[in-house]
Design a protein around this ligand. Structure first.
Ligand SMILES: N[C@@H](CCC(=O)N[C@@H](CS)C(=O)NCC(=O)O)C(=O)O
Length: 205
């Protein structure tokens, strides 16, 4: 299998963290793709041109990150990270959706920051920042529900929180959310996290 991927992409990082936790890195070849470059987008077999995109051994293109993670979880050996049956499944998927929504809002802020200052929209940035920080407060309220778990929800949350630190380095969310901060500090020590620290997209070549 091949994974169209970038060391700058939090969505791709989710997939790679899952691959490491499952111990299946050896069966997926990573192909670097800069989603901001037209040639790279055109070489990604998805009409969206986005990464991550998984190409299976049968030649099937699979996207986006939640679908890739479920595919790898179902098809590959190793511990399971998404419950298949009712119960926790919907809670885990909803946690992933919250983290993904936060990441999407941070990507929007990042894209806005690439514009000349006079072209940036303060409204768009404020709206998306509010989404991220509301998400953090919701996670602080929920943390006792996911502490100690490693699944697609908590992987996504950890990747989102790491991206908060990269996107808003001057914001001290930990002061308002001590339980979430303690959870993240522990999760972030996992080798799957320390081996996948994102590069700054501004420096990506
Ligand atoms: N919902 C998608 C989002 C993927 C996404 O937005 N990827 C970004 C990189 S972080 C991308 O390829 N952006 C280029 C574009 O949207 O044109 C997922 O979960 O995989």
């Amino acid at each position: 299998m091949k994974l169209r991927w970038s060391p700058t992409s939090p969505f791709a990082r989710k997939v790679v963290v899952l691959m490491k936790e499952k111990g299946i890195e050896g069966i997926v070849t990573k192909e670097k793709s800069n989603p901001l470059k037209r040639e790279d987008r055109e070489a990604t077999p998805s009409p969206l041109g986005q990464i991550p995109c998984l190409i299976t051994d049968e030649g099937l293109s699979i996207y986006d990150s939640p679908v890739i993670m479920e595919y790898l979880d179902v098809k590959c050996d190793g511990p399971k990270f998404l419950p298949r049956d009712d119960g926790d499944r919907w809670v885990v998927l909803t946690r992933q959706a919250l983290a993904d929504g936060m990441i999407t809002s941070m990507v929007t802020c990042f894209v806005e920051s690439l514009k000349k200052i006079e072209r940036q929209s303060g409204g768009i940035i404020a709206h998306n920042r509010a989404i991220v920080f509301n998400g953090i407060l919701a996670l602080e309220r929920d943390v006792s529900g996911f502490a100690g778990k490693i699944d697609v929800g908590t992987i996504s949350i950890a990747v989102a929180l790491a991206f908060v630190d990269q996107t808003f380095p001057d914001d001290d969310w930990r002061g308002d959310c001590p339980s979430l901060a303690a959870w993240f500090e522990e999760f972030n020590k996992r080798s799957s996290m320390s081996e996948t620290i994102l590069s700054d997209a501004r420096e990506f070549g």
